[in-house]
Ligand binder design. Structure first.
Ligand SMILES: Nc1nc2c(c(=O)[nH]1)N[C@H]1C(S)=C(S)[C@@H](COP(=O)(O)O)O[C@H]1N2
Ligand SMILES: [Mo]
Length: 258
């Protein structure tokens, strides 16, 4: 072996040894609870920092089947008392249609069967309620973006409003209707869907049957349940008290980013 070859030989051996040590190091970290805790904390901090700087288009985290909660906790209205809703429910929503209107070129009226054959998405996500609880569920639904493209948004359209079947603080017809709204960035986000299934089964009434919004980068109150009608608008001023949603009208943030 020439001196040059010798140096190369030892250099290769040395590099291999460093590599092995690094692998052993990883293994040790993986077996040390303390090291894992440090990494866990760093990851949590990372997520918090990331949240501040993540672009609006970024995807919300998705989870595994094993992480799905056995029961998805219902919250808010769970049983609308509106007679029209009760009649639709009695017929298993066979007569229900989602109306898509407002500032669109071609208003749509879609049955559940039509929505099920529209471009869709399934996602396992964590729902965070402003009241301090979270729940992981698997949602399947029609992607809102392609539906809006089908309807053809007029250039003035800036927000999408979701009108729901339930009313608060009073009997049907005399209460305050639940509604919500999002901007076009969220409307065309790939995880924004109109969900008809929860955990592979038709959406239970308590969770918003027959259709509820999933807008995964925001808090739970944005995820309108019992959606009857979608409206594209230029301004939120004329709807409810003008703040863009039932809870925003009561003082909550309109953009409830998480
Ligand atoms: N129409 C309607 N949508 C609604 C509500 C409601 O009361 N009515 N509650 C909101 C709140 S505060 C939360 S946390 C979620 C609860 O969804 P869940 O019942 O599937 O848990 O729905 C949101 N969407
Ligand atoms: Mo909530």
């Amino acid at each position: 072996m020439s001196p040059d070859q010798g140096r190369r030989f030892w250099l290769t051996r040395a590099l291999a040894a460093v590599g092995a040590a690094a692998v052993a190091g990883c293994d040790q970290i993986a077996h040390s609870p303390k090291a894992l805790a440090v990494i866990g904390a760093a990851e949590q901090l990372n997520r918090r920092v990331q949240r501040l700087v993540t672009p609006r288009e970024a995807l919300a985290p998705e989870f595994s089947e094993a992480e799905i909660a056995p029961v998805f906790r219902p919250n808010g209205e769970t049983e609308p008392s509106n007679p029209d809703y009760i009649a639709l429910l009695a017929n298993n929503f066979a007569d229900w249609r989602l109306q898509v209107g407002g500032l669109v070129e071609r208003p749509l009226s879609l049955s559940l069967t039509e929505l099920r054959s529209a471009p869709g998405r399934t996602q396992i996500t964590r729902h965070d309620c402003v009241e301090g609880w979270s729940c992981i569920g698997k949602w399947s639904g029609a992607r809102l973006g392609p539906l809006l493209q089908r309807a053809g948004l007029k250039p003035q359209a800036r927000y999408i409003v979701f009108h729901c079947a339930d009313e608060w603080f009073g009997p049907p017809g005399r209460g305050v209707p639940y509604y919500e709204s999002i901007d076009l960035i969220d409307a065309f986000h790939p995880q924004t869907i109109l969900a008809y299934d929860l955990n592979g089964q038709p959406l239970p009434m308590a969770n918003g049957a027959p259709l509820r919004l999933r807008v995964e980068r925001q808090l739970g109150y944005k995820m309108a349940k019992f959606v009857m009608r979608i409206e594209a608008v230029e301004s939120l001023a004329g709807i409810g008290r003008g703040k863009g949603g039932f809870w925003p009208d009561q003082g909550y943030e309109w953009y409830a980013g998480i």
